[in-house]
Design a protein around this ligand. Structure first.
Ligand SMILES: [Zn+2]
Length: 373
C-alpha cells in the first residue's frame, strides 16, 4: 500500500500535468493525498459504470484517460450525474485521477500502446513536440575539486541523459586570474597573477533545472567568484508527441490490415470502418488513439500507407482520400485508447514496485451500444 500522494507522484513522473494541452483538465479530481491506496483501477472513461467497478473492486483510486470536468464547475450537487459520481467516489474513499493529453504525448503514451497492439515497429511521433528545453552548463574548477563539483551538479539534476546519469565532459587547462583589493582568493594572492590547473566541466540539464544547478554550482565551487555560463541548446524534435508512425514487419493488403486491426483491438459496438482502396499494400502506418481527424494532413505528409484513428467524419475522410491521402481506418474512440490502460498499469506497477494492486477495467464504456449493418 502507498499514500495517494505517492501514487499520484509516480503517475506524474510518467505523465507530467505540465505537458497537457492548454484546454485540457488533468490531474487529481478528488481524493486526499494522505489516503491509503491498496488498489488502483484504470479505465478510459469516468462514467457511472467505471465508478461502480472501482467501488465493487474495493479500489481506492480510479485512473481515467478522459477528464470528468473539462469546463468551469460551480458545484458538484448529487443531482447532476457528474456531481453524483464525485459523491459516490468520495463516500467510498476513492480518488479520481486523470491523465489525458499528457498521456497522449508521453513517451511511451497512448498511441505507443495502440501501435504495439497492431505490431508496429520503429515508432516515432506523428506530430512531434519539441524536446524539453535544455541548457549546457560550462564551469571551470580547480582540478582537485572536479569530482565534488560534478557530484553536486548531478545531484541538482545536471548530466542526466536517457538512462545515464552524472554525464559530464571534462577537459583540463590552466586558469589564470589577478585577485584585486578586497578579494579573498582560495588560491593565489591579492595583487599577483595566479595560474591554476583547472578542469572545464560541461553538463547538460533540463532548462527548468537551471536555477537549482546554478545554486548547487555556487554552493559546491571552492572559488569566491566561480567562472561559469549556461548555454541554451537549440530546440529539436523529441520522442514525445501526438500519434505515432510505425512499420508493419510483414506488409499486407488494406483489407487484411483492417482484419488485423479488428483482431488486435478490443471489440466494441462502434466497430471498425475502413476507407480507401482495399487492394493497397500497407507497410507504414500512422496511428492516433482517440479522435484523430486533426492529424489526417500529418498522416498524408508522413507518406504512410494507412492511418488508424477514431471519430472521423464523412467530409473530412472523403476530401482526404480524394486529395490523395492514405487509407483511413476508424477503429473507435474507446477501442483505440483502451490498450494504453494496460501499458500505463504495467508502468505504475513497476514504479511502485508492486506495493499496490493495479487492475485494468474490461468494461466497454464507448457510448455506442449497437452497430447495425
Ligand atoms: Zn479520447
Amino acid at each position: 500500500m502507498r499514500s495517494l500522494a505517492d501514487v499520484v507522484a509516480a503517475l506524474e513522473l510518467r505523465y507530467p500535468p505540465s505537458r497537457a494541452a492548454d484546454w485540457d483538465a488533468v490531474g487529481l479530481v478528488c481524493g486526499a493525498p494522505d489516503d491509503t491506496v491498496e488498489k488502483v483501477l484504470f479505465a478510459v472513461d469516468p462514467v457511472a459504470a467505471s465508478v461502480r467497478e472501482a467501488i465493487d473492486t474495493g479500489s481506492q483510486l480510479l485512473v481515467t484517460h478522459h477528464p470528468l470536468f473539462l469546463s468551469g464547475v460551480h458545484g458538484v450537487p448529487a443531482t447532476s450525474y457528474k456531481g453524483r459520481l464525485v459523491h459516490d467516489l468520495i463516500r467510498n474513499g476513492i480518488g479520481l485521477y486523470v491523465a489525458h493529453t499528457n498521456a497522449d504525448s508521453a513517451n511511451p503514451g497512448v498511441s505507443d500502446a495502440l501501435a504495439a497492439t497492431l505490431g508496429l515497429t520503429d515508432l516515432r511521433p506523428l506530430a512531434p513536440q519539441p524536446a524539453d528545453a535544455r541548457d549546457v552548463v560550462v564551469v571551470f574548477v580547480p582540478a582537485e575539486d572536479t569530482d565534488k563539483l560534478v557530484d553536486a551538479l548531478s545531484a541538482a539534476g545536471a548530466g542526466a541523459v536517457g538512462d545515464y546519469s552524472r554525464c559530464a565532459w571534462l577537459g583540463t587547462g590552466i586558469g589564470t586570474f589577478l585577485p584585486g583589493d578586497g578579494a579573498s582568493p582560495v588560491l593565489g594572492r591579492v595583487g599577483s597573477v595566479a595560474r591554476v590547473p583547472e578542469t572545464r566541466v560541461e553538463m547538460v540539464l533540463s532548462r527548468e533545472r537551471r536555477a537549482a544547478v546554478q545554486k548547487a554550482l555556487v554552493g559546491a565551487h571552492p572559488y569566491e567568484e566561480p567562472a561559469y555560463s549556461f548555454i541554451e541548446v537549440a530546440e529539436l524534435h523529441g520522442r514525445r508527441g501526438t500519434g505515432r508512425i510505425g512499420r508493419l514487419i510483414e506488409p499486407m493488403l488494406l483489407a487484411a490490415f483492417a482484419e488485423h486491426v479488428t483482431r488486435g483491438l478490443p471489440r466494441a459496438p462502434a466497430g471498425i470502418r475502413t476507407a480507401g482502396d482495399l487492394g493497397t499494400t500497407v507497410t507504414t502506418v500512422a496511428v492516433c488513439g482517440g479522435a484523430g481527424d486533426s492529424l489526417l494532413d500529418a498522416a498524408t505528409a508522413a507518406g504512410v500507407d494507412a492511418y488508424v484513428t477514431a471519430d472521423l467524419r464523412h467530409h473530412r475522410v472523403s476530401e482526404h482520400l480524394e486529395g490523395g491521402g492514405p487509407a483511413v481506418i476508424d477503429a473507435g474512440h474507446w477501442a483505440t485508447e483502451w490498450p494504453w490502460l494496460a501499458a500505463a498499469a504495467d508502468l505504475l506497477r513497476a514504479d511502485l514496485e508492486g506495493a499496490v494492486q493495479i487492475a485494468v477495467s474490461q468494461l466497454v464504456t464507448d457510448p455506442w451500444t449497437q452497430h447495425t449493418y
